[in-house]
Write a protein that binds this ligand. Structure first.
Ligand SMILES: Cc1ncc(COP(=O)(O)O)c(C=O)c1O
Length: 407
């Protein structure tokens, strides 16, 4: 093999890349999360900052067998280009799951398999958002949605979310005060807060949005991770035009990058054109592996295990926080999902606390990261799925030490 010393190309060092970039690039804020990643690279740091499932719970052995099987029996199809809509049997499985869990009649043609539900957010924004359109979303809201939508240069309107659900008066005022193109919601165990919309709020939100002629997006990556209580009806139950997003990331494994959009066929047709332009289709090898895993009956036991382990971790974190948090601080006790939300006493500053917590080798995400229009100074998001119970106890002790520190 002939090796040559690489030679630099003709100089382009003078190019002003920021000036050459499209305006949309500057409209996406780089987030504080990057700062956090720098801190959590240190293995001594106990990180409640990420949003990761627990890797030791991935069904790696089952997937290894299935992956080899798919290659052996369907290798040619699994490695060939495929359809943009997605692998039909997987779309059928998703439709059947909606029927089984909620009695919703969903046709496989109403489902588009996407490269994670994050791509669903991007495609929906491509289809619906013109620069300057108003997009309403919860405050605090999911950072990935804020980012995905920001690329298309909307104006955001925040709807306050608390443990009691979205502020319905504020939502109605937002919807009637101006034309709102789209409302983005995460009704189950929301990221970042862990809050869940009560049943009555679901009906009220769906009715208000339907009356306003606004596109309603219901993102539900965490709904199956319920540790207590009964499933609540999706918003879609109350408004047939609701667009639902789903994901296999938290249910099976995020690295496979499999999610879906469930929407009326007319919307799916538009999304398909956008997806074709973006990536032609979702990884078909991954889709076939996922379908075989689901069809093989492995899911119920797997989900039961996730619920048991994550449920214990959530309970451990809540109990530790309630022991250690100072008077006036609160934390919720979510029925599922991956996160909980701490609010510091009046005058508290979670950004300043983050700096002190770093010295104690524990990390979280300060609340301000999740607000498009300011707020969250006293709040923080803690993840409980990616840390075992002993380290959760230790991490909360370190957090308490940081809280007891100066300032
Ligand atoms: C509310 C919400 N929606 C969507 C996603 C994206 O998930 P994925 O693209 O892995 O399906 C996440 C990931 O954390 C999330 O929290």
């Amino acid at each position: 093999v002939k090796t040559e010393t690489p030679v630099p190309s003709a100089p382009v060092a003078t190019a002003d890349w920021p000036a050459l970039s499209a305006r949309r690039v500057a409209s996406v804020k780089t987030s504080f999360i990057r700062e956090i990643l720098k801190v959590t690279e240190n293995p001594e740091v106990i990180s409640f900052a990420g949003g990761l499932p627990s890797p030791e719970l991935f069904p790696t052995e089952a997937l290894a067998v299935i992956a080899a099987d798919v290659l052996r029996t369907d290798g040619r199809q699994a490695l060939q280009y495929s359809t943009t809509e997605g692998y039909r049997p997987l779309r059928e499985w998703v439709g059947a799951r909606y029927a089984g869990r909620f009695g919703l009649a969903v046709d496989p043609d109403e489902i588009l398999i996407t490269t994670g539900s994050q791509q669903g957010l991007d495609l929906l924004a491509k289809v619906f958002i013109n620069p300057g359109d108003t997009v309403a979303l919860e405050r605090p809201g999911y950072l990935g949605a804020i980012q995905a939508f920001s690329v298309y240069e909307p104006v955001f309107a925040g709807v306050p979310l608390s443990e009691a659900g979205p502020d319905l008066d504020a939502l109605r005022a937002t919807l009637t005060g101006r034309r709102v193109k789209l409302l983005y919601t995460v009704p189950n165990f929301q990221n970042p807060s862990g809050f869940t919309y009560p049943a009555a709020a679901r009906r009220a939100v769906a009715e208000a949005v339907a009356a306003a002629g606004t596109v309603l997006v219901e993102d539900d990556p965490y709904g199956e991770l319920r540790y207590r209580g009964e499933d609540l009806p999706p918003l879609r139950r109350h408004h047939a035009g609701t667009i639902m997003l789903g994901s296999f990331s938290k249910l099976v494994a995020p690295g496979l990058r499999l999610g879906w959009v469930c929407a009326p066929c007319e919307v799916i047709r538009q999304l398909v054109v956008m997806k074709q332009a973006a990536d032609l289709h979702t990884d078909i090898f991954a889709q076939r592996i996922m379908h075989r895993f689901l069809a093989g009956g492995g899911l119920p036991a797997h989900v039961a295990r996730l619920r048991a382990v994550y449920g214990r971790r959530a309970a451990t974190m809540v109990a530790a926080l309630r022991r250690h948090l100072p008077a006036g601080a609160t934390c919720n006790d979510p029925d599922g999902g991956m996160f909980l939300w701490v609010t510091l006493p009046a005058g508290g500053d979670s950004r300043a606390l983050f700096e002190r917590a770093t010295q104690q080798k524990v990390a979280f995400v300060p609340g301000t990261a999740f607000y498009v229009d300011g707020g969250g100074e006293r709040a923080m998001r803690l993840n409980f799925t990616n840390t075992d119970e002993a380290r959760i106890e230790e991490g909360v002790r370190r957090l308490a030490a940081a809280l007891a520190g100066p300032g």
